[in-house]
Design a protein around this ligand. Structure first.
Ligand SMILES: Cc1cc2nc3c(=O)[nH]c(=O)nc-3n(C[C@H](O)[C@H](O)[C@H](O)COP(=O)(O)OP(=O)(O)OC[C@H]3O[C@@H](n4cnc5c(N)ncnc54)[C@H](O)[C@@H]3O)c2cc1C
Length: 240
């Protein structure tokens, strides 16, 4: 049985007289990774967590990898990036397609595992074979069949030489029926959002208002990621 810790309020008569080398506030990915590293370096580590268990928003993370868009830490480390560059990078693959149309083809095994459309994409239709998909989605005859055959040949070996997906996520798309999701630019939200608040330098030291490091105070994780401003790709409707 989980023991729920006693709740303390600001008025609680709290006497805190412990001491440690490294005090970590918050047990999410940032705090957890820091605690592990500090303990590995033989520091005496104490973690304070306000919830009844660790995890924070990390436990909800879906595992997407975000890009930068010109964060301060990127700049401090010599990476030249802007929101516009990030947007055009994200959009380039799709915009380079004829009429900016991109469809995600999945087979029944993957479709069954999908709790909901990945990013709110709408499903276009379901087909029994690739010839029908090519016809309905106006893909040049044979192009999808060749692409799938090539993808499947590598996937049988657990490889994806084109996009280098991790082998656990590589599986042949052979079992019909097939479905297609509309991933065209403008049909799907390509969103960015802001995080954090604390200003840090490249060594994760928290900076005061004058921009000078506050001795002994470091920030890691979402509280220290001054991300790019929110962005959203312009609307663009699919040509039928
Ligand atoms: C639904 C969802 C999906 C996401 N998907 C992705 C994704 O696909 N890819 C991605 O990169 N990111 C994703 N994120 C964001 C990512 O999960 C967070 O940016 C990341 O987990 C933050 O880690 P953290 O350690 O900084 O904070 P958290 O994991 O939130 O940990 C902070 C901890 O600090 C504790 N705390 C706060 N204040 C105090 C206090 N005063 N005293 C003591 N403890 C305190 C909190 O209770 C919490 O446990 C997602 C977030 C959500 C919510």
């Amino acid at each position: 049985m989980i023991e729920v810790p006693r709740a303390l309020t600001a008025e609680s008569d709290l006497i805190f007289d412990d001491s440690c080398d490294v005090l970590i506030v918050g047990l999410g990915a940032g705090g957890g990774a820091t605690a592990i590293e500090a303990a590995a370096a033989r520091a005496d580590v104490l973690v304070l967590e306000r919830a009844s268990a660790g995890g924070g928003s990390t436990q909800f993370s879906r595992g997407f990898v975000y890009l930068g868009g010109g964060t301060r830490v990127q700049k401090l480390n010599g990476f030249d990036d802007t929101v516009e560059d990030m947007l055009s990078y994200l959009a380039a693959m799709i915009l380079n397609q004829p009429e900016g149309v991109a469809d995600l083809i999945v087979n029944s095994a993957i479709f069954d595992r999908t709790e909901r459309p990945f990013m709110g994409q709408s499903i276009i239709d379901v087909w029994d074979d690739c010839v029908e998909i090519e016809r309905d989605l106006k893909i040049p005859e044979g192009a999808l069949q060749r692409k799938l055959a090539e993808y499947n040949a590598h996937a049988e070996q657990g490889e994806d030489p084109e996009f280098r997906k991790y082998r656990d996520y590589v599986q042949p798309l052979s079992e019909a029926p097939f479905a297609a999701f509309d991933c065209s630019f403008g049909a799907v939200p390509f969103n960015g959002f802001t995080l954090g608040g604390l200003k840090t330098d490249a060594q994760a030291r928290v900076l005061n208002e004058a921009g000078r490091p506050i001795q002994g105070l470091y920030a890691a994780g979402a509280c220290a990621v001054p991300s790019a401003p929110p962005m959203r790709c312009p609307e663009r409707s699919r040509k039928s």
